[in-house]
Design a protein around this ligand. Structure first.
Ligand SMILES: Nc1ncnc2c1ncn2[C@@H]1O[C@H](COP(=O)(O)OP(=O)(O)OP(=O)(O)O)[C@@H](O)[C@H]1O
Length: 334
């Protein structure tokens, strides 16, 4: 795999060419200080101080030692160490605020290649819908999958020259509230031929897909008309969404092989397929409940999910139950 193939799959690279057939997106260059903030896990988990909280900031006009009531504490010295203040990115925050407003009030964030899918559980909505800079910072900072973009994107390249791109971007995509997971598909292109299409969400069986015979042709025609001539790589994958009225939207491009998941195919079978004479485009979906695949890593802490006896949840629920009975009794008595 070559660096240029990886680079073409960055959203800031492909978006301008496919603007008319994808979700409206605003792309912002990220300051290096913000990247360093994302990478730094040496101290406590700090969210950036928002510009809307500026009034709450203690205003320090002079160095502490210049202030009249400044006292040097005596002791071990440890207690005098001030915790580092939360970082601030006022210009970036302003840009993001304006972008979100012009995208209709909510956005889906991603970096050059990846979205912070693994941190969705931490948001109040349980998904990647963001309406403020703080929500975006929380998702990006909590994500392990973004470490791939930040430090490992070129790890499998035969011509690797760097561990990361010089510049990172934040793509804010208009929040697509009616997106139905069963209408997302991954398409596999090898030597400019569309070899296979499969369901993108493989942790579910969608009986409705068994009746949609036209999807294969709809996506194939879209590939021929809009993608084949416009995406420069010979081999790659792309994800699409098919709307209720049969329009196709590109969600993402990914490199062929490497870190890209082949979902219902295997890379071996796809590579064999291209060598077969007269191979046919294959459309694969999960045919029944037995075909469901295990979920991908979600990075939800185990404690958050574990409700088994002894996990702490049972004690918590028992206490909550006792407390509500106690309250009920005291209301009845009163
Ligand atoms: N604008 C949007 N609004 C709502 N949901 C979205 C939006 N864009 C993408 N999604 C959902 O988020 C999922 C992940 O998006 P995307 O493919 O851009 O992330 P990614 O990190 O590049 O994923 P992968 O690397 O696995 O392809 C999509 O499959 C889709 O379900």
């Amino acid at each position: 795999m070559k660096e240029e193939e990886i680079n073409r799959c960055q959203i800031q690279e492909w978006y301008p060419k496919f603007k008319s057939v994808t979700i409206k997106t605003h792309i912002h260059e990220l300051p290096e200080s913000f990247i360093q903030y994302l990478l730094d896990d040496s101290g406590p988990f700090l969210l950036p101080l928002s510009i809307s909280n500026d009034d709450a900031l203690p205003k320090r006009v002079s160095k502490p030692e210049e202030e009249e009531d400044y006292v040097v504490s005596e002791g071990s010295g440890d207690e005098a160490v001030e915790p580092s203040p939360p970082p601030r990115f006022p210009e970036l925050e302003m840009m993001i605020k304006e972008s979100i407003e012009s995208l209709g009030g909510a956005a889906f964030p991603k970096l050059n290649w990846s979205a912070p899918k693994d941190s969705a559980w931490i948001s109040s909505t349980g998904n990647l819908k963001c309406t403020t800079f703080s929500e975006i910072a929380l998702l990006l900072k909590s994500s392990d999958s973004l470490v791939h973009d930040l430090s490992h994107a070129y790890d499998l390249c035969s011509d690797k020259t760097a561990s990361r791109p010089l510049i990172f971007y934040l793509a804010l995509r208009k929040w697509f509230c009616s997106l139905q997971p069963h209408m997302e598909f991954r398409c596999f292109v090898c030597n400019r031929n569309l070899l296979g299409i499969c369901q993108r969400e493989v942790t579910n069986f969608y009986p409705v897909l068994l009746e949609k015979d036209d999807l294969k042709m709809i996506i194939r025609d879209f590939f021929v008309e809009k993608v084949m001539e416009n995406f420069v790589s010979e081999s790659y994958t792309f994800d699409v969404y098919v709307t209720r009225d049969g329009r196709v939207k590109i969600l993402d491009f990914n490199p062929w092989g490497g870190f890209t998941l082949p979902l219902l195919f295997t890379w071996d079978e796809l590579e064999h397929k291209v060598k077969e004479e007269g191979y046919e485009l294959e459309f694969r979906i999960i045919q029944n409940r037995c075909g469901i695949r295990p979920g991908l890593k979600t990075a939800v802490p185990y404690d958050y999910l574990d409700m088994s006896p002894g996990s702490g949840w049972d004690q918590f629920l028992r206490k909550a139950d006792e407390e509500s009975r106690r309250q009920l009794k005291s209301t009845e008595a009163g």
